[in-house]
Design a protein around this ligand. Structure first.
Ligand code: COA
Length: 380
């Protein structure tokens, strides 16, 4: 029998660090600069809207006014949940559900209402992309309403996704200023090269499965605390620490116990995450305005300690936590909100994967036992 260890003796790269598994034209991380389709995120957050970024990610160009208006209208129309979806959502145990489990389940179920679910041609994919990107925020907002025993709210067609998400979650019309800040957060989370969940969406797509399946895989991947789940852990940590004075000891104790500090470190950025720089300024401003600047000060203190002691810098999840907190968003919705934005990037990756596909099938070097002999159950 061939020895599988010898048969495949290529280098093992745990976590695939530095492995290039595809070419992509969607987003790039070069040094400490993140671009979507060649535009820096600083440029996009200064001048763009989330809907414009969605168009950019999917079409490789910025939209003219009429195409942007059409896309925005269509996306927001898709924020109206069907009666079937609302019935399913009410049947699920919203009060006790882990929000990401709930989101994953509802998104997966949507394929059964989608006439295009089996088709993976360009037109069908475009229609599904619009539906899934619009509906994601409606599911997260609707989930929160349902678990609070409140009615699901319909979107205002004159407003965009960010404004409508806040409105549909809280039941109050947000100020344009608040919606603008939230829109900036959506832009910052939209895509990030071959991150763990985009990779999982691409792996699912590579078997020529459908978009709902790929997005469902991606939601399950984003949920983990080493990926999108970190933002919730950051806020829980800050609440637990309580005061700026206590943050130093808390972090030192965590490091001595070899625990990871959430929201810190990154596989690719070693000199800082540009998204964190933008969110840090926003956190400073919004916490001051909301009378909770101590959360920013605590974060800045932890940021300094981690740089000094470990040479590690904050990632996107670190300052977004306090930003969402000031916006009155429940902590357990931070990761679902990540999905509300990242669905646009996942879809860009899914579409790109379909156009240049080869099934993902790496090897694992076998290090288990060989030559085992089966024995009947009473002889083991
Ligand atoms: N707190 C404390 N130590 C950390 C750390 C953190 N947040 N992140 C990394 N390290 C340490 C590791 O313990 C390891 O130290 P060692 O070499 O002494 O064992 C070293 O830095 C390398 O970390 P590693 O986990 O191997 O890096 P990775 O590239 O596999 O993982 C992350 C990257 C982002 C998953 C990792 O930094 C992490 O877990 N961060 C916290 C979770 C988080 O914020 N995730 C969101 C990512 S956007």
């Amino acid at each position: 029998m061939a020895d599988p260890v010898k048969e495949y003796d290529g280098a093992v790269d745990k976590g695939l660090e530095g492995i290039v598994s595809c070419t992509t034209k969607i987003s790039s991380i070069l040094d400490a600069t993140l671009t979507y389709r060649g535009y820096t995120i600083e440029d996009l957050t200064d001048h763009s809207t989330f809907e414009e970024v969605v168009f950019l990610l999917w079409n490789d160009r910025l939209p003219p006014a009429d195409q942007l208006a059409k896309l925005r209208t269509e996306l927001v129309a898709n924020m109206t949940l069907s009666s079937e979806t609302i019935a399913l959502m009410k049947a699920l145990p919203a009060k006790t559900a882990v929000p990401m489990d709930y989101l994953r389940t509802v998104v997966s179920s949507l394929s059964m209402q989608d006439a295009d679910s089996r088709d993976i041609d360009a037109d069908a994919n475009h229609r599904k992309a619009m539906r899934l990107t619009g509906v994601m925020g409606a599911i997260v907002a609707g989930f929160h309403r349902i678990r609070e025993g409140k009615d699901v709210i319909k979107p205002d067609p004159t407003k965009g996704i960010a404004w409508n998400f806040l409105y549909m979650m809280k039941g109050e019309r947000p100020t344009d200023e608040l919606a603008k800040d939230f829109d900036t957060c959506l832009i910052l989370h939209a895509d990030h090269e071959l991150n763990c969940s985009a990779f999982s969406a691409r792996v699912t797509t590579s078997s020529l499965s459908d978009m709902h399946s790929a997005i469902t895989s991606a939601i399950g991947t984003l949920k983990g605390p080493l990926h999108g789940g970190a933002n919730e852990q950051v806020m829980k940590m800050l609440v637990r620490i309580g005061t700026v004075e206590q943050s130093k000891k808390f972090i030192e104790d965590a490091l001595n116990a070899k625990e990871k500090v959430m929201g810190i470190g990154h596989r690719v950025y070693k000199h800082g995450d540009p998204r964190a720089r933008i969110l840090r300024k926003m956190s400073d401003r919004l916490t001051a305005k909301g009378g909770m600047h101590h959360f920013y000060e605590m974060s800045a203190n932890i940021d300094d300690i981690m740089q000094e002691k470990k040479g590690l810098m904050p990632n996107v999840d670190f300052y977004s936590a306090t930003v969402y907190y000031t916006m009155g968003i429940p902590i357990d919705l931070y990761t679902p909100i990540f999905a509300v934005s990242r669905v646009s990037g996942w879809i860009a990756h899914i579409l790109e994967q379909y156009t240049n596909n080869r099934i993902y099938r790496p090897r694992g070097r076998y290090t288990g036992k060989l030559d085992q002999k089966w024995a009947p159950v009473d002889k083991r």
